[in-house]
Design a protein around this ligand. Structure first.
Ligand SMILES: Cc1cc2nc3c(=O)[nH]c(=O)nc-3n(C[C@H](O)[C@H](O)[C@H](O)COP(=O)(O)O)c2cc1C
Length: 224
């Protein structure tokens, strides 16, 4: 009887693990600081990292980085300022096929960060890091990063109010987001780079994202 019970528990676990891999929505854990770092020390550490070790980025690290990029604070506000509080940006993540990645619960693929619910929405399966690096004027160092965070903009969400000036506001906001990503990654012992040189349409097609979401910055992230 006891062994039958164990067999049922085992089957249940295997089944739920497979389900984690096939899930369309990944609930991210609560973002938590690992340690307290003085702000100046954090700024002193920040630099553009272009060489990464092949250690996967955990779901906890990703949760922290994504929340820092465009998440919601406890008071209901967002982590970055936005002209007219219109928030025209979207954040995507791609994860690569490196050893141990499966254990993080996030399979290689493209995901959309749903900031209001702190979830990852599955977009597309597969390791597309090399394709993205090729689309970024063959900056192949990018393909060695375990994951990349991509900042996109849907311009009409801000130009509807600010017309052409909304374009500059959106770019300023992307700057705020990217600096938050820099500081968040270094704060938890990881590093990142920043890439603005790429073929927009090529990147959009490789990602398979909403065609209205224009890629602005690609940030390769990982341990270094
Ligand atoms: C908007 C923007 C675009 C950038 N594009 C690239 C890029 O395509 N490739 C790259 O290797 N670095 C890129 N960088 C990083 C800069 O080269 C880097 O920030 C600069 O050399 C200063 O070094 P630091 O970030 O280590 O302080 C970019 C930086 C910014 C702000």
């Amino acid at each position: 009887m006891a062994s039958l019970l164990w067999a049922i528990i085992l089957i249940y676990f295997c089944f739920s693990f497979n389900n984690i891999q096939a899930m369309d929505i990944i609930k991210l854990p609560e973002p938590k600081d690992k340690k307290a770092v003085y702000f100046k020390e954090l700024i002193d550490t920040r630099r553009s990292v272009r060489t990464f070790t092949q250690k996967p980025v955990s779901i906890h690290d990703l949760s922290y980085i994504l929340w820092s990029s465009y998440g919601f604070k406890d008071d209901g506000g967002r982590v970055v300022p936005s002209a007219g509080a219109l928030y025209p940006l979207d954040i995507y993540v791609i994860t690569g096929n490196i050893e141990g990645q499966g254990k993080t619960g996030i399979l290689p693929g493209v995901y959309h960060y749903l900031s209001n619910k702190h979830l990852l929405e599955f977009i597309k399966k597969g390791d597309i890091r090399k394709d993205i690096a090729n689309a970024a004027l063959s900056q192949m160092w990018m393909a060695k990063a375990p994951c990349m965070v991509i900042i996109t903009c849907e311009y009409n969400r801000i130009t509807v109010k600010y017309r052409d000036r909304g374009i500059r506001y959106a770019h300023m906001e992307a700057g705020n987001v990217s600096q938050n990503i820099f500081l968040a990654t270094f704060n938890i012992g990881l590093g990142c780079g920043i890439v603005g040189a790429f073929d927009d349409n090529h990147v959009k097609t490789i990602l398979g994202i909403n065609k209205m979401h224009e890629p602005l910055l690609i940030m390769p992230v990982g341990y270094y």
